[in-house]
Design a protein around this ligand. Structure first.
Ligand SMILES: Cc1cc2nc3c(=O)[nH]c(=O)nc-3n(C[C@H](O)[C@H](O)[C@H](O)COP(=O)(O)O)c2cc1C
Length: 346
């Protein structure tokens, strides 16, 4: 369906899944998704062009229905014949129809069974399910349980995400009934990932127990490395959080070059779309600037580091090709063991 060599997806990660990482993932035989939800429309289009210049393999883009310039991005995806789109907040049925009519594969990511059922109803061609151990915004059901329940209720192909890093995980997910794995954290911890050195070091030294969920950071269930800064936010009272959120919303406006009108439109759309309270919606505007402190500026102690718990089990920074080759070698080893068992049975 996606035209990639191996059943491995590199997921979208804001300020991380940039053209170099996406092209390296797709060139290695996986399928890379470009993170465009954190870009303005002009930058998003430049990133699609740049990725197309770096690889002749298919790749996809991730976008956000309520981001400034979403319509321009949708049109560019169709015009540039991008292979697939991923999203966690579903576009309107008209957008989905436009993608499907143009042959663009629609592959949303969901964190709960009811969202998987809805995504299929809305026309998803395949679905990535992300269990709670996954990085960034995440649900509360572990990968294994979410995968089982979705496989029982949904008919489109399912890709498993949340906690994967190796070939054993790929073999396990296929045995379970998924058609592949999707990984964020593992691809973020590679040579081609643009994350600055000090921040990569912080990920390398994190333990599984340091990577937890908080709702205080942006009003949603978000899995992050609990550095001192996030620990402070997690303990903050509403007044402190309000002050931080106003400052960072201003920084976000400068970053995306969004107009005040765009910003207010996005704010109200978030408010309406997710039943957030006003203070949660402001906090949501706050988070990009804090994430960038760590992921772009390289100050891991002053910023936020979205992370899957799997970072606690990762101790190296291979190239994407080394990573994908190793996963496929480990997968072959696991498959041989399955075959041996099958042989013993006969
Ligand atoms: C640093 C980081 C940034 C992320 N940013 C986004 C994002 O912008 N949009 C999105 O849909 N998911 C985002 N995610 C979630 C990933 O796309 C993916 O679903 C998740 O990492 C899978 O779990 P894993 O980390 O255990 O592999 C992010 C994850 C990480 C680790």
């Amino acid at each position: 369906m996606l035209g990639c060599k191996y059943p491995i997806i590199q997921t979208a990660m804001g300020w991380v899944a940039l053209p170099e990482l996406v092209a390296a993932s797709s060139n290695a035989g996986a399928f890379g998704f470009l993170a465009l939800a954190t870009a303005g429309p002009k930058e998003a289009i430049e990133m699609m062009d740049k990725t197309q210049a770096l690889t002749n393999k298919p790749f996809g883009i991730n976008f956000h229905m309520f981001q400034p310039g979403a319509e321009e991005i949708v049109q560019a995806v169709i015009d540039k014949k991008i292979k697939a789109v991923s999203y966690s907040r579903s576009p309107t049925p008209e957008y989905i129809q436009a993608f499907k009519a143009a042959g663009v594969v629609c592959i949303p990511t969901v964190g709960a069974l009811k969202h998987a059922v809805k995504a299929e109803e809305l026309g998803a061609d395949a679905i990535v399910i992300q269990g709670s151990e996954g990085g960034g915004h995440t649900g509360s059901t572990p990968t294994t349980l979410l995968l089982s329940s979705v496989l029982e209720s949904v008919n489109v192909p399912i890709v498993a995400a949340g906690g994967f890093r190796d070939g054993s995980g790929l073999a396990a997910s296929l045995a379970w009934g998924a058609c592949g794995i999707a990984m964020g954290t593992r691809f973020m911890m590679t040579k081609e990932s643009p994350v600055p050195h000090d921040t990569k070091e912080a990920y390398l030294s994190a333990n599984v127990e340091d990577i937890k969920i908080t709702k205080k950071f942006d009003g949603m269930s978000h899995r992050l490395i609990f550095n001192n800064y996030i620990k402070k936010i997690d303990r903050s009272n509403p007044i402190n959080l309000f002050i931080i959120s106003i400052i960072s919303a201003w920084k976000y406006k400068q970053l995306t070059k969004a107009s005040y009108a765009d910003l207010i439109k996005s704010f109200f759309a978030m408010l309406k779309g997710d039943d957030l309270t006003i203070s949660q919606s402001i906090m949501s505007a706050n988070s990009p600037a804090i994430i960038q402190k760590a992921m772009v500026e390289g100050s891991p102690n002053e910023g936020a580091m979205p992370s899957g718990q799997v970072a606690g089990l990762i101790s190296n920074l291979p190239s994407c090709k080394q990573l994908v080759d190793q996963i496929m070698d480990e997968f072959s080893f696991a498959a041989e063991n399955f075959n041996k068992l099958e042989g013993d049975k006969q």
